[in-house]
Write a new protein. Structure first.
Length: 202
């Protein structure tokens, strides 16, 4: 139910005229995410990457440049149509992070740029299970998520949920199947505090 409400929120958002060039509707990649992707080892011609919550695809091209066969997935059909209009050849799939439409052990790299922090907390186990399922052994998971500030742990904007993570919360979420080797405090493009992280599949 919560995921359905969140999808409806994004469908409405993507139909609303853009009033700024910041955030997931921007055509420009987030500088922090760009740095995370560029830090990856150059992919071999068979290496695969998944962009979860890809929106209009602003980070897909970066992963392709690094040598990865990259697929974008998003549950908002409107955003995928916007991506297809800009890049008809972009490999994209409509689907949810809570039920990824891919086979097990499909990806060497997974990028989550702002998807996890809009998933309700009771759905975290499902999210972790799905991300872990589609990751190959030794895969890298790149995270770009809101960091807690002013003791605000979460917020609601109507049906739209936002989580602000503490470092330990992220580490605890992934500890069973992932090793955290980087989790940096950064300032995001919108001035908000973020975590920029990289984890490896055990």
């Amino acid at each position: 139910m919560a995921a359905d409400l969140e999808r409806a929120y994004y469908e409405r958002m993507w139909r609303t005229p853009l009033n700024n060039g910041i955030g997931c509707r921007s055509n420009k990649p987030a500088k922090i995410v760009e740095g995370l992707i560029e830090s990856l080892i150059q992919g071999e011609h068979t290496a695969t990457a998944l962009d979860i919550g890809c929106g209009a695809g602003r980070h897909i091209r970066l992963q392709q440049v690094q040598g990865y066969i990259t697929i974008g997935v998003d549950f908002a059909l409107t955003s995928l149509r916007a991506l297809a209009e800009k890049n008809a050849d972009a490999p994209i799939v409509q689907g949810s992070a809570l039920c990824l439409p891919f086979r097990a052990q499909s990806f060497n790299v997974i990028l989550d740029s702002g998807c996890l922090h809009h998933i309700c907390e009771n759905e975290y186990p499902t999210y972790i299970s799905e991300v872990t399922r589609v990751a190959k052994a030794g895969a890298i998971l790149l995270l770009y998520e809101f960091r807690i500030r002013d003791h605000e742990a979460q917020s609601w904007e109507g049906t739209h949920f936002t989580k602000y993570f503490r470092r330990q919360e992220i580490q605890d979420l992934f500890e069973t199947s992932w090793n955290t080797f980087r989790l940096d405090e950064v300032a995001g493009e919108n001035g908000k505090p973020y975590w920029a992280g990289a984890l490896t599949r055990k």
